[in-house]
Design a binder for this molecule. Structure first.
Ligand code: ZN
Ligand code: ZN
Length: 241
């Protein structure tokens, strides 16, 4: 199994990342990726992009070096009622929004509070995916949230970068992936690249998937047709056009 698109990538628009969009696209082309999503941090993060960054993504070409560009954001979860740090008028112009807990924007609280917050995030029509849910700093009732993802058409991210940097991530991601398998919730495997060399990196996540015999048809970025079907259904966006 392999991935054909990387839907969580940062450019140097987020200060903690180091490559330009063109460098990321070149790397994606070298790795034979069909598409990447540009998902820089939304404004509440200390290194987040200005709102204009997100509104102006529409001026980018749809393909760079032959790689399809999805206009995205990694939004910060900022309130227990499911609020994120991008206004609706901006969200409505984007193709793909990840909602993530980051401790700079949401102080870690109890498991109950994180669960309630994510259940509210599921109701946000602009959010596509829950970002790095295996983060040990933000435990939540995995089953309560994952069992409701299909109702709200949300996907779960398995973040390859988490295996290196986030506390308890491997065990948490295994438990999360097993629940996605049980409830037939689609997932996306992403690199969360902060430099072009990491675009498309997915080995740790893919080896976990094969260990637990995860159904390939539930990984939206494991095949181009599957990715297309996802974006047509979720955003009325045909990435073959
Ligand atoms: Zn993040
Ligand atoms: Zn990220």
């Amino acid at each position: 199994m392999t991935i054909i698109a990387d839907l969580h990538t940062h450019t140097n628009v987020s200060d903690h990342a180091y490559s330009t969009l063109q460098e990321n696209c070149r790397a994606a082309k070298e790795k034979n990726l069909y598409a990447i999503a540009i998902t820089d941090h939304a404004p509440a993060m200390a290194d987040g992009a200005h709102p204009w960054h997100f509104t102006c993504l529409r001026h980018l070409p749809r393909r760079i070096d032959g790689v399809y560009i999805l206009r995205g954001a990694e939004a910060n979860i900022i309130s227990e009622d499911g609020g994120i740090d991008l206004e609706e008028r901006i969200c409505s112009r984007l193709d793909y929004i990840i909602a993530s807990f980051h401790e700079d924007c949401f102080e870690p609280k109890t498991r109950e509070v994180h669960t309630k917050t994510l259940l509210n995030i599921l109701k946000n029509p602009y959010v596509s995916a829950i970002g790095h849910p295996g983060n040990g700093l933000f435990p939540f009732d995995y089953e309560a949230v994952i069992s409701r993802c299909n109702e709200y058409k949300k996907i779960i991210e398995i973040n390859n970068h988490s295996f290196e940097v986030r506390k308890n991530s491997t065990e948490n991601c295994r438990e999360i992936a097993l629940l996605c398998k049980k409830y037939r919730v689609p997932i996306v495997i992403s690199s969360d690249a902060h430099i072009s060399f990491d675009i498309g990196s997915s080995d740790a996540a893919l080896s976990l998937m094969s260990e637990i015999d995860f159904p390939e048809e539930l990984i939206i970025n494991s095949e181009v047709g599957r990715l297309r079907d996802y974006f047509v259904a979720a955003r009325k966006l045909d990435i073959f056009e």
